[in-house]
Design a protein. Sequence first.
Length: 100
Amino acid sequence: MPKGKVVTYGQVASLAGRPRAARAVGMALGALRGPLAGTVPWHRVIGAGGRCTHVDRFSAAAQRDLLEREGVRFDRRGKVDLRRARWNPTGRPVPRPGRP
């Protein structure tokens, strides 16, 4: 996905053909280690509500910093406007959160 764009965990799951596997996407990204972690754009995957969803503040702050460096803007509540920043490679409407 291009710099300055984000996707949700559910969107990645849907693109992989597993629309209900958002949690598995998060687990897979969380397991990245070593050289692979530097090649996968994990920081561009956010929660369906438009927030960085890491459990610890350090990782969430690092993710936000990386996204802001790419031009992704956050509102004062720490949310990304998904209508503007979401990457949509298919051109089809993206399902709303909680809907397959």
